[in-house]
Design a protein around this ligand. Sequence first.
Ligand SMILES: Cc1cc2nc3c(=O)[nH]c(=O)nc-3n(C[C@H](O)[C@H](O)[C@H](O)COP(=O)(O)OP(=O)(O)OC[C@H]3O[C@@H](n4cnc5c(N)ncnc54)[C@H](O)[C@@H]3O)c2cc1C
Ligand SMILES: NC(=O)c1ccc[n+]([C@@H]2O[C@H](COP(=O)([O-])OP(=O)(O)OC[C@H]3O[C@@H](n4cnc5c(N)ncnc54)[C@H](O)[C@@H]3O)[C@@H](O)[C@H]2O)c1
Length: 459
Amino acid sequence: MRITVLGAGPAGYAAALRAAQKGAKVTLIEKERLGGTCLNWGCIPTKVWVESAHRWRAIQEVADFGLECTAHRPNLQAIVARKNQVVETLVGGIQQLMAKQKVHVLRGRGTVVNPRLVSVQLADGSREEVENDCLILATGSVPASLPIPGLDLPGVMTSKEALDLKELPSSLVIIGGGVIGLEFANIFQTLGSKVTVVELLPCVLPGVDVEIVRRLMPVLKKSGLDIKVSTKLLEIKKQDNMLALILEGSKGVETLTAEKVLVATGRIPSLSGVETKALGLELEGRFVKVNPYLETNLPGVYAIGDIVKSPMLAHVATAEAETAVENIFGKRQAMDYSAVPAAVYISPEVAYVGLTEEEAKEQGLTYKVGKFPFTANGRALTLGEAQGVVKIIAGENGRILGAHLLGPQASELVAELTLALRWGITTEQISHTIHAHPSLAEAVLESAHSVFGKALHFS
Ligand SMILES: Cc1cc2nc3c(=O)[nH]c(=O)nc-3n(C[C@H](O)[C@H](O)[C@H](O)COP(=O)(O)OP(=O)(O)OC[C@H]3O[C@@H](n4cnc5c(N)ncnc54)[C@H](O)[C@@H]3O)c2cc1C
Ligand SMILES: NC(=O)c1ccc[n+]([C@@H]2O[C@H](COP(=O)([O-])OP(=O)(O)OC[C@H]3O[C@@H](n4cnc5c(N)ncnc54)[C@H](O)[C@@H]3O)[C@@H](O)[C@H]2O)c1
């Protein structure tokens, strides 16, 4: 079978690899870089910055740990160099995997001529036509742009440009208090910029369990971050060497000046090279419409990753790739979104899976909540990171409906609860599982105990 994959992000490259492992003759088309947004401008490079910020904070706090050390200043050139090196290592790894699986990688912009033919404009100006028996669209997403005057001024960035900042801005305003906004706010605030987050809605991280956001807000404010909620950006103007932002909030109109502005107001599907009208490809809003098997309305054309209406996350994109390939090879496997974890890499980390308490209420479910604070966890205290909580929402049968974590390594701890939610492991079964001591995972164990009112180290 000949399979063409358009776009080599975590959706496209994973689909190409799996399909090749199953014996298909695969062509993978990429106009920029293997690895797509996630490896080059998203998940990985942001986490390199997060790690530098985390270690910088640790240096500031060494005195609390009985150590003496004189720190100089963050070197952004070196952070960017390390970021590039980590990215190169991973992209190189993908290149090798493609070669090993004999995936034909075409570097250029693909245009879908019809469901069975893609025309590729190669970097050297030539064209190549690729025929297929099956086409997988995986063209990803791009930042949503706002119709606001001044967004094209020098100094106004998206996350892509911010990742290459070689000098620390003295002040930074971030428009959008979602995941990207808060991750960058945490990075630059920690490294020493004066950061303000401007969010249109009444709270940051919309969609996250309300109690978790309520517990997070004072921690963020204490770190020096200025957060303006229910605030709208009206315009950005140049003012000497700075940018002046005209904002409208509950107290009226105000002007804020900053050296740099980062716009992080969401992402939209990229349908570059996919003329939906001409092809007759059905959309669902801005997203490509797919059935539960990830097939579009055009037979033999599948769509995966950020272009379909599912959480815009790399691991979801990869899971969709695996499901789509299984279905192309004859399985009838519906994509399962029942247990999708997500993490926000700030300090303290936020991670969650399943229903929020608000969603459980809205759905009229009978549920119990178990909570355990990190202040009562020995390992968290030794780390000096005892802020936050593990909150488990369990149904009547003890099965996990949702889990919400705020605290150290929440992005790792959520894995145990994701496994439990996915496979119906009950909070009682977690309660009867020995966890290593001292470990952060004991907070998960204690939270499971607490669903029955039986936490050992907290009452
Ligand atoms: C700053 C930032 C941080 C993020 N952090 C995380 C995180 O920590 N964890 C997480 O799970 N997710 C994170 N994400 C989201 C994650 O990056 C995306 O969900 C993921 O990359 C989607 O994968 P994809 O393959 O669908 O699309 P993409 O990764 O966007 O890849 C699509 C690829 O298709 C190519 N392409 C498009 N059109 C064509 C064409 N016509 N011809 C050839 N090639 C084409 C593009 O060049 C691109 O390389 C982050 C995103 C951003 C922006
Ligand atoms: N750690 C992670 O998993 C991670 C990290 C970064 C990005 N991502 C993914 O990337 C996607 C995009 O991230 P994002 O942060 O851009 O989107 P988002 O949807 O998470 O947040 C956008 C925020 O901007 C606000 N907003 C929208 N218009 C605004 C306006 N005019 N003024 C002020 N605020 C406005 C929204 O209310 C929202 O809070 C997300 O879907 C996320 O899943 C994931």
